[in-house]
Write a protein that binds this ligand. Structure first.
Ligand SMILES: NC(=O)c1ccc[n+]([C@@H]2O[C@H](COP(=O)([O-])OP(=O)(O)OC[C@H]3O[C@@H](n4cnc5c(N)ncnc54)[C@H](OP(=O)(O)O)[C@@H]3O)[C@@H](O)[C@H]2O)c1
Length: 228
């Protein structure tokens, strides 16, 4: 059974990056939590814009077994030099649109020669089906899926009712006006989708709060998931 966990951090005013897209964990314990989530997962899923702003491997430095890393990059716009594409440290897959796959043959060749697999997903108005993405991951033996953002990527999974857990760390900062939040996209009508608080912990640093929620998906989505 597929289990999808979103894990993010945000400021006390609900922002996940500054206006330039800059974000990295300042607290050593938050970095360790990030690595533990990665170690828990069979696959780490990240959006193209986070790969553009955040040049990290999305792997834990101490883990012996690395999860599959999957970048959702419909237009194949992320540079091959980003650390997430280091296949020496584990398998990498890109979900792209058929259009970009057909148009960017040179790039596909370079990616393939580096050992990166490209999987095309049906696109509808620029949107790649997250259900289809999960099915591809499931066929590769990945059941524990960690979605690490950003907000648009999280939205695409949430709007399809595919998320089981939502982990959010609240950091002791205020960023003010920026477009980045844990979930963006067109949004749900008030009051949104219901979460159930699983736990609330104070970080050992004494300044951050770790909130873990279960996501209550509607019945139809749960049935769809069972029948997938
Ligand atoms: N605070 C934290 O914990 C944290 C964690 C992660 C990221 N961030 C920050 O979040 C910011 C980026 O967030 P973001 O929301 O702008 O971008 P994002 O979610 O990283 O990437 C969004 C892009 O990914 C592609 N994409 C993802 N899922 C898709 C789907 N199902 N169908 C079609 N396209 C899909 C699209 O690319 P195209 O536009 O090319 O179609 C989309 O615009 C960065 O500044 C990063 O630093 C913060």
């Amino acid at each position: 059974m597929i289990h999808v966990r979103i894990s993010m951090a945000m400021t006390a005013d609900g922002k996940t990056a500054d206006e330039e897209g800059e974000w990295y964990p300042l607290c050593q314990y938050e970095r360790e939590r990030f690595y533990r989530n990665i170690e828990w997962s069979d696959a780490v899923v990240v959006g193209a814009d986070t790969v553009l702003t955040t040049n990290i491997s999305f792997l834990s430095p101490s883990s012996l077994k690395n999860p599959l890393r999957a970048v959702i990059d419909p237009k194949l716009k992320t540079p091959i030099e980003r650390k997430v594409y280091d296949t020496l440290r584990g398998p990498v897959l890109i979900f792209s649109s058929k259009e970009a796959y057909n148009a960017k043959r040179d790039k596909i060749e370079k990616l393939n020669s580096k050992g990166i697999e490209i999987v095309t997903i049906n696109e509808k108005e620029g949107y790649l089906s997250t259900k289809e993405i999960l099915n591809v991951l499931k066929k590769r033996g990945c059941e524990k899926i960690l979605v690490v953002g950003g907000g648009r990527t999280n939205w695409f999974f949430l709007k399809e009712g595919l998320v089981d857990e939502f982990y959010i760390t609240v950091t002791p900062y205020i960023l003010g006006n920026t477009k980045y939040s844990p979930v963006s996209g067109s949004g749900f009508p008030f009051p949104g989708i219901k979460l159930e608080l699983l736990s609330m912990e104070k970080c050992p640093c004494g300044e951050e709060v770790i909130l873990k929620y279960k996501v209550h998906n509607n019945l139809q989505n749960i049935l769809d998931k069972i029948n997938e």
